[in-house]
Design a protein around this ligand. Structure first.
Ligand code: FAD
Ligand code: SF4
Length: 510
Protein backbone atom coordinates (compact mmCIF):
# COMPACT_ATOMS: atom_id res chain seq x y z
CA UNK A 1 0.00 0.00 0.00
CA UNK A 2 1.99 3.00 -1.18
CA UNK A 3 0.73 6.34 0.10
CA UNK A 4 1.27 9.85 -1.22
CA UNK A 5 1.15 12.82 1.15
CA UNK A 6 0.94 16.24 -0.46
CA UNK A 7 2.54 19.29 1.15
CA UNK A 8 1.62 22.75 -0.10
CA UNK A 9 4.15 25.58 0.00
CA UNK A 10 2.60 27.10 3.12
CA UNK A 11 2.45 23.78 4.99
CA UNK A 12 6.02 23.56 6.23
CA UNK A 13 5.23 22.47 9.77
CA UNK A 14 8.24 20.46 10.96
CA UNK A 15 6.35 19.30 14.02
CA UNK A 16 3.34 17.87 12.19
CA UNK A 17 2.41 14.36 13.44
CA UNK A 18 2.92 13.06 9.89
CA UNK A 19 6.65 13.26 10.48
CA UNK A 20 6.72 11.48 13.86
CA UNK A 21 7.65 8.17 12.22
CA UNK A 22 9.47 7.25 9.05
CA UNK A 23 7.38 5.00 6.85
CA UNK A 24 8.88 3.39 3.74
CA UNK A 25 5.44 3.19 2.18
CA UNK A 26 4.90 6.96 2.34
CA UNK A 27 6.17 9.47 -0.20
CA UNK A 28 5.90 13.20 0.50
CA UNK A 29 5.31 15.40 -2.53
CA UNK A 30 6.15 19.10 -2.87
CA UNK A 31 5.91 20.97 -6.16
CA UNK A 32 6.94 24.33 -7.59
CA UNK A 33 4.22 25.05 -10.14
CA UNK A 34 3.17 27.84 -12.50
CA UNK A 35 -0.34 27.56 -11.13
CA UNK A 36 1.04 29.09 -7.90
CA UNK A 37 3.61 31.51 -9.32
CA UNK A 38 1.03 32.97 -11.72
CA UNK A 39 -2.36 33.26 -9.92
CA UNK A 40 -1.37 36.84 -9.12
CA UNK A 41 1.75 38.88 -9.88
CA UNK A 42 3.88 38.15 -6.79
CA UNK A 43 6.81 40.10 -5.42
CA UNK A 44 10.08 38.49 -6.52
CA UNK A 45 11.11 38.05 -2.86
CA UNK A 46 7.86 36.23 -2.11
CA UNK A 47 8.46 33.64 -4.84
CA UNK A 48 12.08 33.21 -3.73
CA UNK A 49 11.03 32.88 -0.08
CA UNK A 50 8.49 30.14 -0.81
CA UNK A 51 10.82 28.15 -3.08
CA UNK A 52 13.75 28.45 -0.65
CA UNK A 53 11.58 27.42 2.29
CA UNK A 54 10.08 24.47 0.39
CA UNK A 55 13.48 23.28 -0.80
CA UNK A 56 15.07 23.37 2.63
CA UNK A 57 12.01 21.72 4.18
CA UNK A 58 12.20 18.89 1.63
CA UNK A 59 15.94 18.51 2.27
CA UNK A 60 15.31 18.18 6.02
CA UNK A 61 12.63 15.58 5.50
CA UNK A 62 15.04 13.56 3.36
CA UNK A 63 17.77 13.91 5.97
CA UNK A 64 15.36 12.52 8.56
CA UNK A 65 14.87 9.45 6.36
CA UNK A 66 11.51 10.28 4.73
CA UNK A 67 10.88 9.63 1.06
CA UNK A 68 10.37 12.91 -0.77
CA UNK A 69 9.44 13.65 -4.36
CA UNK A 70 10.25 17.30 -5.11
CA UNK A 71 9.27 18.79 -8.46
CA UNK A 72 11.29 21.87 -9.37
CA UNK A 73 9.77 24.49 -11.66
CA UNK A 74 11.99 23.43 -14.58
CA UNK A 75 11.57 19.66 -14.14
CA UNK A 76 10.65 18.38 -17.62
CA UNK A 77 8.02 16.10 -16.07
CA UNK A 78 6.35 19.04 -14.25
CA UNK A 79 2.84 19.66 -15.61
CA UNK A 80 2.71 22.99 -13.66
CA UNK A 81 -0.72 22.13 -12.27
CA UNK A 82 -1.61 20.46 -8.97
CA UNK A 83 -4.18 18.04 -10.40
CA UNK A 84 -2.20 16.95 -13.45
CA UNK A 85 0.99 16.44 -11.40
CA UNK A 86 -0.86 14.41 -8.80
CA UNK A 87 -2.51 12.23 -11.42
CA UNK A 88 0.85 11.58 -13.06
CA UNK A 89 2.67 10.79 -9.81
CA UNK A 90 -0.08 8.48 -8.59
CA UNK A 91 0.31 6.46 -11.80
CA UNK A 92 4.12 6.53 -11.90
CA UNK A 93 4.67 5.70 -8.23
CA UNK A 94 1.82 3.15 -8.10
CA UNK A 95 0.10 5.03 -5.25
CA UNK A 96 -2.95 3.39 -3.72
CA UNK A 97 -4.16 6.23 -1.49
CA UNK A 98 -3.26 9.87 -0.90
CA UNK A 99 -3.74 12.59 1.68
CA UNK A 100 -3.33 16.32 2.07
CA UNK A 101 -3.39 18.85 4.88
CA UNK A 102 -6.30 21.28 5.24
CA UNK A 103 -5.50 24.16 2.87
CA UNK A 104 -5.77 27.70 4.21
CA UNK A 105 -7.06 29.12 0.94
CA UNK A 106 -10.52 28.56 -0.42
CA UNK A 107 -9.35 28.13 -4.02
CA UNK A 108 -6.97 25.30 -3.04
CA UNK A 109 -9.52 23.75 -0.74
CA UNK A 110 -11.98 23.50 -3.63
CA UNK A 111 -9.35 22.37 -6.12
CA UNK A 112 -8.11 19.58 -3.88
CA UNK A 113 -11.62 18.36 -3.21
CA UNK A 114 -12.29 18.31 -6.95
CA UNK A 115 -9.04 16.46 -7.59
CA UNK A 116 -9.85 13.99 -4.84
CA UNK A 117 -13.23 13.17 -6.34
CA UNK A 118 -11.81 12.93 -9.86
CA UNK A 119 -8.99 10.50 -8.99
CA UNK A 120 -10.06 6.91 -8.53
CA UNK A 121 -8.15 6.10 -5.33
CA UNK A 122 -9.13 6.97 -1.73
CA UNK A 123 -8.03 10.30 -0.30
CA UNK A 124 -8.26 12.09 3.04
CA UNK A 125 -7.61 15.48 4.57
CA UNK A 126 -5.90 16.04 7.92
CA UNK A 127 -5.40 19.18 10.01
CA UNK A 128 -2.24 21.27 9.56
CA UNK A 129 -1.91 21.26 13.36
CA UNK A 130 -1.00 24.92 13.22
CA UNK A 131 -3.80 27.23 14.30
CA UNK A 132 -5.35 27.77 17.72
CA UNK A 133 -8.87 27.57 16.23
CA UNK A 134 -10.76 25.26 13.90
CA UNK A 135 -11.95 26.75 10.60
CA UNK A 136 -15.56 27.09 11.75
CA UNK A 137 -14.94 27.99 15.39
CA UNK A 138 -15.48 31.76 15.06
CA UNK A 139 -18.68 31.23 13.10
CA UNK A 140 -20.08 28.95 15.84
CA UNK A 141 -19.01 31.33 18.58
CA UNK A 142 -20.96 34.18 16.98
CA UNK A 143 -23.84 32.05 15.70
CA UNK A 144 -27.05 34.10 15.51
CA UNK A 145 -25.20 37.40 16.07
CA UNK A 146 -25.24 40.15 13.44
CA UNK A 147 -21.66 41.30 13.98
CA UNK A 148 -18.39 39.74 15.02
CA UNK A 149 -16.53 41.58 17.74
CA UNK A 150 -12.82 40.97 17.79
CA UNK A 151 -12.63 41.95 21.48
CA UNK A 152 -15.21 39.27 22.40
CA UNK A 153 -13.33 36.70 20.35
CA UNK A 154 -9.99 37.74 21.85
CA UNK A 155 -11.25 37.36 25.43
CA UNK A 156 -12.71 33.97 24.55
CA UNK A 157 -9.29 32.92 23.19
CA UNK A 158 -7.37 34.23 26.21
CA UNK A 159 -9.66 32.25 28.52
CA UNK A 160 -9.74 29.13 26.37
CA UNK A 161 -5.95 28.92 26.09
CA UNK A 162 -5.11 30.41 29.50
CA UNK A 163 -2.76 32.98 28.01
CA UNK A 164 -1.92 36.02 30.17
CA UNK A 165 -4.59 34.87 32.62
CA UNK A 166 -4.83 34.59 36.39
CA UNK A 167 -7.66 32.12 36.83
CA UNK A 168 -10.57 33.60 34.92
CA UNK A 169 -9.22 37.17 35.03
CA UNK A 170 -6.67 38.79 32.75
CA UNK A 171 -3.20 39.31 34.21
CA UNK A 172 -3.01 42.92 35.46
CA UNK A 173 -6.81 43.21 35.55
CA UNK A 174 -7.21 44.64 32.06
CA UNK A 175 -7.80 42.74 28.81
CA UNK A 176 -6.49 45.24 26.31
CA UNK A 177 -3.86 47.98 26.37
CA UNK A 178 -4.57 49.28 22.87
CA UNK A 179 -4.76 52.86 24.13
CA UNK A 180 -1.09 52.59 25.15
CA UNK A 181 0.01 51.51 21.66
CA UNK A 182 -0.14 54.90 20.03
CA UNK A 183 3.21 56.59 20.53
CA UNK A 184 5.32 58.34 17.94
CA UNK A 185 9.06 57.65 17.96
CA UNK A 186 10.84 60.50 19.75
CA UNK A 187 12.93 62.62 17.34
CA UNK A 188 16.19 61.50 18.97
CA UNK A 189 15.19 57.81 19.19
CA UNK A 190 17.60 55.40 17.50
CA UNK A 191 15.51 52.61 16.00
CA UNK A 192 16.50 48.98 16.32
CA UNK A 193 18.32 47.50 13.32
CA UNK A 194 16.22 44.72 11.78
CA UNK A 195 17.85 41.30 11.87
CA UNK A 196 18.56 40.34 8.28
CA UNK A 197 19.51 36.95 6.89
CA UNK A 198 21.67 36.49 3.85
CA UNK A 199 21.62 33.72 1.30
CA UNK A 200 22.57 33.22 -2.33
CA UNK A 201 19.63 33.38 -4.70
CA UNK A 202 21.31 33.76 -8.11
CA UNK A 203 20.39 30.23 -9.26
CA UNK A 204 16.74 30.70 -8.32
CA UNK A 205 16.62 34.13 -9.96
CA UNK A 206 17.99 32.55 -13.12
CA UNK A 207 15.40 29.78 -12.93
CA UNK A 208 12.54 32.29 -12.64
CA UNK A 209 13.92 34.32 -15.51
CA UNK A 210 14.44 31.26 -17.74
CA UNK A 211 10.90 30.11 -17.04
CA UNK A 212 9.49 33.59 -17.75
CA UNK A 213 7.80 34.00 -14.34
CA UNK A 214 6.51 37.58 -14.10
CA UNK A 215 7.05 39.25 -10.72
CA UNK A 216 7.01 42.71 -9.17
CA UNK A 217 9.44 44.53 -6.88
CA UNK A 218 13.15 43.83 -6.55
CA UNK A 219 15.85 42.69 -4.15
CA UNK A 220 17.21 45.31 -1.72
CA UNK A 221 20.88 46.28 -1.59
CA UNK A 222 21.31 43.80 1.28
CA UNK A 223 20.26 40.88 -0.96
CA UNK A 224 17.72 38.26 0.12
CA UNK A 225 17.04 38.91 3.82
CA UNK A 226 14.14 36.70 4.93
CA UNK A 227 14.27 33.61 7.18
CA UNK A 228 13.32 30.55 5.16
CA UNK A 229 14.37 27.70 7.44
CA UNK A 230 13.07 26.67 10.83
CA UNK A 231 16.44 27.49 12.44
CA UNK A 232 16.42 31.00 10.98
CA UNK A 233 12.81 31.53 11.96
CA UNK A 234 13.61 30.55 15.55
CA UNK A 235 16.60 32.90 15.46
CA UNK A 236 14.39 35.79 14.32
CA UNK A 237 11.87 34.98 17.06
CA UNK A 238 14.63 35.05 19.66
CA UNK A 239 15.98 38.34 18.28
CA UNK A 240 12.50 39.83 18.49
CA UNK A 241 11.80 38.84 22.09
CA UNK A 242 15.26 39.92 23.26
CA UNK A 243 15.44 43.23 21.41
CA UNK A 244 12.10 44.45 20.13
CA UNK A 245 9.41 43.19 22.51
CA UNK A 246 10.46 45.85 25.00
CA UNK A 247 9.02 48.55 22.71
CA UNK A 248 6.57 46.52 20.61
CA UNK A 249 3.31 47.83 22.07
CA UNK A 250 4.56 51.34 22.68
CA UNK A 251 5.65 51.99 19.09
CA UNK A 252 3.32 49.54 17.34
CA UNK A 253 1.58 52.33 15.41
CA UNK A 254 4.66 54.51 14.86
CA UNK A 255 6.02 55.28 11.41
CA UNK A 256 9.46 56.53 10.54
CA UNK A 257 11.43 57.47 7.43
CA UNK A 258 14.53 56.10 9.19
CA UNK A 259 13.21 52.65 9.83
CA UNK A 260 11.14 50.26 7.72
CA UNK A 261 10.14 47.77 10.41
CA UNK A 262 10.36 49.80 13.69
CA UNK A 263 9.81 47.26 16.54
CA UNK A 264 7.71 44.80 14.53
CA UNK A 265 8.67 41.14 14.57
CA UNK A 266 8.69 40.42 10.80
CA UNK A 267 7.65 36.87 11.74
CA UNK A 268 4.61 36.82 9.44
CA UNK A 269 6.21 34.82 6.61
CA UNK A 270 7.61 32.21 9.02
CA UNK A 271 4.19 31.99 10.69
CA UNK A 272 2.13 31.87 7.51
CA UNK A 273 4.17 29.09 5.90
CA UNK A 274 4.12 27.35 9.30
CA UNK A 275 7.86 27.22 9.94
CA UNK A 276 6.78 28.61 13.32
CA UNK A 277 3.58 27.81 15.15
CA UNK A 278 1.56 30.66 16.66
CA UNK A 279 1.58 28.85 19.99
CA UNK A 280 5.35 28.59 20.19
CA UNK A 281 5.70 32.27 19.19
CA UNK A 282 3.32 33.36 21.93
CA UNK A 283 4.82 30.97 24.52
CA UNK A 284 8.36 32.18 23.76
CA UNK A 285 7.34 35.83 24.05
CA UNK A 286 5.26 35.33 27.22
CA UNK A 287 8.02 33.32 28.90
CA UNK A 288 10.58 35.99 28.03
CA UNK A 289 8.29 38.68 29.42
CA UNK A 290 7.69 36.67 32.62
CA UNK A 291 11.43 36.52 33.27
CA UNK A 292 12.00 40.18 32.38
CA UNK A 293 9.07 42.01 33.88
CA UNK A 294 11.42 44.61 35.31
CA UNK A 295 12.21 45.63 31.70
CA UNK A 296 9.17 44.69 29.61
CA UNK A 297 5.81 46.05 30.69
CA UNK A 298 2.48 44.26 30.38
CA UNK A 299 1.16 46.45 27.49
CA UNK A 300 4.10 45.32 25.31
CA UNK A 301 3.43 41.60 25.66
CA UNK A 302 -0.37 42.01 25.61
CA UNK A 303 -0.15 44.00 22.37
CA UNK A 304 1.89 41.24 20.75
CA UNK A 305 -0.32 38.39 22.03
CA UNK A 306 -3.42 40.25 20.77
CA UNK A 307 -2.06 40.35 17.20
CA UNK A 308 -1.48 36.61 17.01
CA UNK A 309 -4.05 35.07 19.35
CA UNK A 310 -6.64 37.71 18.49
CA UNK A 311 -6.38 39.27 15.05
CA UNK A 312 -4.71 36.43 13.18
CA UNK A 313 -7.18 33.77 14.31
CA UNK A 314 -10.11 36.22 14.01
CA UNK A 315 -9.26 36.89 10.35
CA UNK A 316 -9.04 33.20 9.59
CA UNK A 317 -12.46 32.63 11.18
CA UNK A 318 -14.02 35.45 9.15
CA UNK A 319 -12.46 34.08 5.98
CA UNK A 320 -13.97 30.62 6.41
CA UNK A 321 -17.30 32.05 7.56
CA UNK A 322 -17.66 34.17 4.42
CA UNK A 323 -15.81 32.65 1.49
CA UNK A 324 -16.31 32.55 -1.44
CA UNK A 325 -18.68 35.54 -1.44
CA UNK A 326 -16.24 37.65 0.59
CA UNK A 327 -13.90 37.97 -2.40
CA UNK A 328 -16.55 39.81 -4.42
CA UNK A 329 -17.80 42.27 -1.79
CA UNK A 330 -17.68 45.96 -2.70
CA UNK A 331 -20.09 47.57 -0.22
CA UNK A 332 -18.98 51.13 -0.99
CA UNK A 333 -19.19 50.58 -4.75
CA UNK A 334 -15.62 51.73 -5.36
CA UNK A 335 -14.24 51.38 -8.89
CA UNK A 336 -11.35 53.84 -9.35
CA UNK A 337 -8.36 52.13 -11.00
CA UNK A 338 -5.18 51.68 -8.95
CA UNK A 339 -2.73 54.54 -9.68
CA UNK A 340 0.40 53.54 -11.63
CA UNK A 341 2.68 54.56 -8.77
CA UNK A 342 1.55 51.56 -6.73
CA UNK A 343 3.94 49.63 -9.00
CA UNK A 344 6.84 52.10 -8.81
CA UNK A 345 6.48 54.09 -5.58
CA UNK A 346 6.96 57.27 -7.60
CA UNK A 347 4.54 59.73 -6.03
CA UNK A 348 5.15 63.15 -4.51
CA UNK A 349 3.25 62.12 -1.37
CA UNK A 350 6.04 61.26 1.09
CA UNK A 351 4.02 58.86 3.21
CA UNK A 352 3.01 56.80 0.19
CA UNK A 353 6.41 57.04 -1.47
CA UNK A 354 8.09 55.61 1.64
CA UNK A 355 5.43 53.00 2.38
CA UNK A 356 5.02 51.72 -1.18
CA UNK A 357 8.76 52.16 -1.87
CA UNK A 358 9.70 49.88 1.04
CA UNK A 359 6.95 47.39 0.06
CA UNK A 360 8.59 47.08 -3.35
CA UNK A 361 12.09 46.96 -1.85
CA UNK A 362 11.51 44.61 1.09
CA UNK A 363 8.16 42.95 0.26
CA UNK A 364 7.15 44.30 3.67
CA UNK A 365 5.32 47.18 5.27
CA UNK A 366 4.21 47.15 8.86
CA UNK A 367 0.57 47.19 9.88
CA UNK A 368 0.05 50.94 10.17
CA UNK A 369 1.68 51.59 6.82
CA UNK A 370 -0.59 48.97 5.23
CA UNK A 371 -3.70 50.25 7.02
CA UNK A 372 -3.37 53.97 7.65
CA UNK A 373 -1.21 55.06 4.74
CA UNK A 374 -1.68 52.82 1.71
CA UNK A 375 -5.12 51.39 2.57
CA UNK A 376 -6.37 54.70 3.91
CA UNK A 377 -5.45 56.50 0.70
CA UNK A 378 -7.02 53.78 -1.45
CA UNK A 379 -10.25 53.92 0.54
CA UNK A 380 -10.44 57.72 0.44
CA UNK A 381 -9.78 57.71 -3.31
CA UNK A 382 -12.41 55.02 -3.93
CA UNK A 383 -10.00 52.46 -5.44
CA UNK A 384 -11.53 49.22 -6.69
CA UNK A 385 -11.13 46.54 -3.98
CA UNK A 386 -10.46 43.94 -6.70
CA UNK A 387 -7.44 45.84 -7.99
CA UNK A 388 -6.23 46.64 -4.50
CA UNK A 389 -6.58 43.04 -3.34
CA UNK A 390 -4.51 41.82 -6.26
CA UNK A 391 -1.78 44.32 -5.36
CA UNK A 392 -1.73 43.43 -1.63
CA UNK A 393 -1.86 39.72 -2.43
CA UNK A 394 1.17 40.09 -4.68
CA UNK A 395 3.40 42.56 -2.92
CA UNK A 396 3.85 41.25 0.63
CA UNK A 397 6.09 38.37 1.63
CA UNK A 398 3.34 37.14 3.99
CA UNK A 399 0.39 37.57 1.63
CA UNK A 400 -1.81 34.48 1.51
CA UNK A 401 -5.44 35.03 0.67
CA UNK A 402 -7.04 34.05 3.99
CA UNK A 403 -5.13 36.73 5.87
CA UNK A 404 -4.66 39.21 3.03
CA UNK A 405 -8.24 39.55 1.84
CA UNK A 406 -9.81 39.87 5.29
CA UNK A 407 -7.35 42.62 6.13
CA UNK A 408 -7.56 44.42 2.79
CA UNK A 409 -11.16 44.09 1.70
CA UNK A 410 -12.40 43.92 5.28
CA UNK A 411 -10.39 45.86 7.82
CA UNK A 412 -8.86 48.36 5.43
CA UNK A 413 -11.45 48.99 2.69
CA UNK A 414 -14.77 48.39 4.48
CA UNK A 415 -15.78 46.60 1.28
CA UNK A 416 -17.40 43.90 3.45
CA UNK A 417 -19.83 46.52 4.78
CA UNK A 418 -18.64 46.11 8.37
CA UNK A 419 -18.05 42.38 8.92
CA UNK A 420 -14.50 42.88 10.21
CA UNK A 421 -14.78 46.39 11.64
CA UNK A 422 -17.69 48.55 12.70
CA UNK A 423 -16.30 51.70 11.06
CA UNK A 424 -13.95 52.49 8.18
CA UNK A 425 -10.29 53.18 8.96
CA UNK A 426 -9.92 56.61 7.38
CA UNK A 427 -7.80 59.54 8.50
CA UNK A 428 -6.60 62.88 7.24
CA UNK A 429 -2.99 64.10 7.28
CA UNK A 430 -3.35 64.86 11.01
CA UNK A 431 -3.05 61.17 11.86
CA UNK A 432 -0.07 60.59 9.57
CA UNK A 433 1.69 63.65 11.01
CA UNK A 434 0.87 62.53 14.55
CA UNK A 435 2.27 59.02 14.14
CA UNK A 436 5.39 59.64 12.06
CA UNK A 437 7.79 61.98 10.33
CA UNK A 438 6.64 61.60 6.71
CA UNK A 439 5.02 65.04 6.52
CA UNK A 440 8.31 66.80 7.20
CA UNK A 441 9.76 67.73 3.83
CA UNK A 442 6.76 66.46 1.86
CA UNK A 443 5.90 68.20 -1.42
CA UNK A 444 2.40 68.70 0.00
CA UNK A 445 1.38 70.81 2.98
CA UNK A 446 -0.34 68.71 5.63
CA UNK A 447 -2.18 71.77 7.01
CA UNK A 448 -3.96 72.77 3.80
CA UNK A 449 -7.21 71.28 2.52
CA UNK A 450 -7.43 72.88 -0.92
CA UNK A 451 -4.96 74.21 -3.47
CA UNK A 452 -2.18 72.63 -5.53
CA UNK A 453 0.07 72.22 -2.47
CA UNK A 454 -2.65 70.93 -0.14
CA UNK A 455 -2.17 67.41 1.22
CA UNK A 456 -4.49 65.19 -0.90
CA UNK A 457 -5.54 63.17 2.16
CA UNK A 458 -7.41 66.21 3.56
CA UNK A 459 -9.94 66.96 0.82
CA UNK A 460 -10.31 63.24 0.09
CA UNK A 461 -11.07 62.59 3.76
CA UNK A 462 -14.03 64.98 3.92
CA UNK A 463 -15.19 63.99 0.46
CA UNK A 464 -15.27 60.34 1.59
CA UNK A 465 -17.65 61.17 4.44
CA UNK A 466 -19.78 63.39 2.19
CA UNK A 467 -19.96 60.70 -0.53
CA UNK A 468 -21.01 58.03 1.94
CA UNK A 469 -23.22 60.12 4.21
CA UNK A 470 -26.24 57.86 3.81
CA UNK A 471 -24.32 54.89 5.09
CA UNK A 472 -22.27 56.47 7.88
CA UNK A 473 -24.21 59.42 9.32
CA UNK A 474 -26.09 57.22 11.77
CA UNK A 475 -23.02 55.23 12.83
CA UNK A 476 -22.51 56.21 16.48
CA UNK A 477 -18.72 55.94 16.10
CA UNK A 478 -18.71 58.45 13.24
CA UNK A 479 -21.69 60.79 13.80
CA UNK A 480 -19.42 63.49 15.25
CA UNK A 481 -17.60 63.89 11.93
CA UNK A 482 -20.86 64.89 10.30
CA UNK A 483 -21.39 67.57 12.90
CA UNK A 484 -17.99 69.07 12.02
CA UNK A 485 -18.72 68.76 8.30
CA UNK A 486 -22.13 70.36 8.82
CA UNK A 487 -20.53 73.37 10.51
CA UNK A 488 -18.50 74.17 7.38
CA UNK A 489 -20.04 76.75 5.02
CA UNK A 490 -21.57 75.48 1.77
CA UNK A 491 -18.74 77.27 -0.12
CA UNK A 492 -16.05 75.51 1.93
CA UNK A 493 -17.78 72.17 1.46
CA UNK A 494 -18.07 72.77 -2.29
CA UNK A 495 -14.41 73.72 -2.67
CA UNK A 496 -13.28 70.64 -0.68
CA UNK A 497 -15.43 68.38 -2.84
CA UNK A 498 -14.17 70.02 -6.04
CA UNK A 499 -10.58 69.58 -4.85
CA UNK A 500 -11.21 65.90 -4.07
CA UNK A 501 -12.78 65.30 -7.48
CA UNK A 502 -9.75 66.93 -9.07
CA UNK A 503 -7.31 64.71 -7.13
CA UNK A 504 -9.28 61.59 -8.07
CA UNK A 505 -9.35 62.61 -11.74
CA UNK A 506 -5.54 62.83 -11.80
CA UNK A 507 -4.36 60.28 -9.26
CA UNK A 508 -1.42 59.28 -11.43
CA UNK A 509 0.03 62.79 -11.16
CA UNK A 510 -0.04 63.07 -7.36
P1 FAD B 1 3.92 42.24 13.94
O1 FAD B 1 3.46 43.64 14.00
O2 FAD B 1 5.22 41.92 14.57
O3 FAD B 1 2.77 41.32 14.54
C1 FAD B 1 3.01 39.97 14.95
C2 FAD B 1 2.16 39.01 14.19
O4 FAD B 1 0.79 39.25 14.47
C3 FAD B 1 2.28 39.09 12.68
O5 FAD B 1 3.40 38.38 12.20
C4 FAD B 1 0.96 38.46 12.24
O6 FAD B 1 1.06 37.08 12.17
C5 FAD B 1 0.01 38.84 13.37
N1 FAD B 1 -0.86 39.95 12.97
C6 FAD B 1 -0.75 41.24 13.30
N2 FAD B 1 -1.79 41.94 12.81
C7 FAD B 1 -2.55 41.08 12.12
C8 FAD B 1 -3.76 41.21 11.37
N3 FAD B 1 -4.40 42.37 11.23
N4 FAD B 1 -4.24 40.10 10.79
C9 FAD B 1 -3.63 38.92 10.91
N5 FAD B 1 -2.50 38.74 11.61
C10 FAD B 1 -1.97 39.82 12.22
N6 FAD B 1 -0.85 39.89 7.41
C11 FAD B 1 -0.42 38.78 6.79
O7 FAD B 1 0.11 37.88 7.44
N7 FAD B 1 -0.60 38.61 5.44
C12 FAD B 1 -1.17 39.58 4.67
O8 FAD B 1 -1.29 39.42 3.46
C13 FAD B 1 -1.60 40.77 5.30
N8 FAD B 1 -2.18 41.77 4.57
C14 FAD B 1 -2.59 42.90 5.20
C15 FAD B 1 -3.22 43.89 4.43
C16 FAD B 1 -3.68 45.05 5.04
C17 FAD B 1 -4.39 46.10 4.24
C18 FAD B 1 -3.51 45.21 6.44
C19 FAD B 1 -4.02 46.43 7.11
C20 FAD B 1 -2.89 44.23 7.20
C21 FAD B 1 -2.43 43.07 6.60
N9 FAD B 1 -1.82 42.03 7.35
C22 FAD B 1 -1.42 40.90 6.71
C23 FAD B 1 -1.73 42.11 8.81
C24 FAD B 1 -0.42 42.73 9.36
O9 FAD B 1 -0.22 44.00 8.78
C25 FAD B 1 0.79 41.84 9.09
O10 FAD B 1 0.54 40.56 9.64
C26 FAD B 1 2.04 42.39 9.76
O11 FAD B 1 2.32 43.67 9.27
C27 FAD B 1 3.21 41.44 9.50
O12 FAD B 1 4.38 41.99 10.00
P2 FAD B 1 5.04 41.48 11.35
O13 FAD B 1 5.26 40.02 11.28
O14 FAD B 1 6.24 42.35 11.59
O15 FAD B 1 3.90 41.79 12.39
FE1 SF4 C 1 1.37 62.21 3.32
FE2 SF4 C 1 0.06 64.52 3.21
FE3 SF4 C 1 1.89 64.16 5.07
FE4 SF4 C 1 2.61 64.44 2.54
S1 SF4 C 1 1.63 65.96 3.81
S2 SF4 C 1 3.39 62.93 3.96
S3 SF4 C 1 0.93 63.42 1.49
S4 SF4 C 1 0.00 63.03 4.87
Amino acid sequence: MKKLRLLLGDQLNHRHPWFDTVDDQVVYVLMEIRQETDYVRHHIQKVLAFFLAMRSFAAQLKEAGHHVHYLTLDDPTNEQDLGRNLQKLINELAISEWAYQEPDEYRLDQQLLDIGHALDIPFSMVSTDHFFTQRGELASLFKGKKTYLMETFYRYMRKKWGILMEGTEPVGGQWNYDAENRHKLPATHRPLSPKLFSKPVDDLLQLLEDQGVKTMGHLPKEGFIWPTTRAESLELLQYFVENALIHFGLYEDAMSKKDWSVYHSRLSFALNCKLLSPKEVIDTAVQYWEKNQNLITLPQIEGFVRQILGWREFMRGIYWAHMPSYATLNALDHHTPLPDWFWTGETKMNCLRYSIGQSLEYAYAHHIQRLMVIGNFALLAGISPDELDAWYLGVYIDAIEWVEITNTRGMSQFADGGIVGSKPYVASSNYIQKMGDYCQGCHYDMKQRTGEKACPFNALYWDFYARHEDRFRKNPRIGMMYQTWGKMSPETQASIRKQAADWIARLNEL
